[in-house]
Design a protein around this ligand. Structure first.
Ligand code: PEP
Length: 249
């Protein structure tokens, strides 16, 4: 079965709750494309008003992060049960900004992936190399390691519905989009890695997004690649341009 593309926004630390509602109301008619899954991952405080604002549209609301414990003395964190109770079905895990500024590691990513799955929330697992790693020629090796650790103790059945976002760090927020060849090469390598860990059926089912300075101008060519099943979009998801990315065809 053909994989349905998932086009997701990552708002990062932008939009107050009232701004979030306003932007969702603006985007609703612009993203009305049932051929793809449309998701907006929003700051924790925006989740409840965003879910309310998105009702009756094809926009799903996701989270940008969650903690790997059930509950307790973890001041400032959001638990999977809280997300679940708010109706959240997707959570971004291991974004490079969280790895860089909040000391997330492949091991904490794995713990969060397992916990999200346990609560019926689909993790969008981010991976991607730095510019130095690309220049050193270790991109694929590095990403294979990130993937292998992220999927430790995840079963094949669970893995099939997980989402992976390949986001080269040098392309995030820089306006420097990877070429379609670079993006396709790594997404293909990720799929091959999943086939090695599990099997061909799991690799064929899993959705792999590209992220990094995706715009309305680059979306169609990127999403036409055999192993790219949509995108994780930062800056352009905060604007009406997101509608053009969702309706890329
Ligand atoms: C992101 O935040 O995941 C991202 C890809 O950002 P941008 O599209 O702004 O590069």
């Amino acid at each position: 079965m053909a994989r349905k593309k998932l086009i997701a926004g990552n708002w990062k630390m932008n939009m107050t709750p009232s701004q979030a509602v306003e932007l969702i109301n603006t985007l609703k008619p612009l993203v009305a494309n049932d051929e793809v899954d449309v998701l907006l991952c929003v700051p924790a405080i925006d989740i409840i008003p965003a879910v309310e604002a998105a009702k009756g549209s094809n926009i799903q609301i996701g989270a940008e992060n969650m903690y790997f414990e059930e509950k307790g003395a973890f001041t400032g964190e959001i638990s999977p049960a809280m997300l679940d109770d708010a109706g959240i079905k997707y959570v971004i895990i291991g974004h490079s900004e969280r790895r860089q500024y909040f000391a997330e590691t492949d091991e904490t990513v794995n713990k969060k992936v397992l916990k999200a799955i346990e609560h019926g929330i689909t993790p969008i697992i981010c991976c991607g190399e730095s510019l130095t790693q690309r220049e050193q020629g270790v991109t694929i090796d590095f990403i294979r390691q990130q993937i292998k650790i992220a999927f430790l103790n995840v079963t094949a059945a669970q893995a099939a519905s997980v989402v992976i976002a390949y986001e080269p760090i040098w392309a995030i927020g820089t306006g420097k989009v990877a070429t379609t060849e670079q993006a396709q090469e790594v997404c293909k390598a990720i799929r091959e890695c999943i086939a090695e860990i599990y099997d061909d059926a799991t690799a064929a089912a899993i959705r792999i997004q590209y992220g990094g300075s995706v715009t309305a101008a680059s979306a169609a060519e990127l999403f036409a690649q055999a192993d790219i099943d949509g995108g994780l979009v930062g800056g352009a998801s905060l604007k009406e341009e997101f509608g053009k990315i969702v309706c890329y065809k």
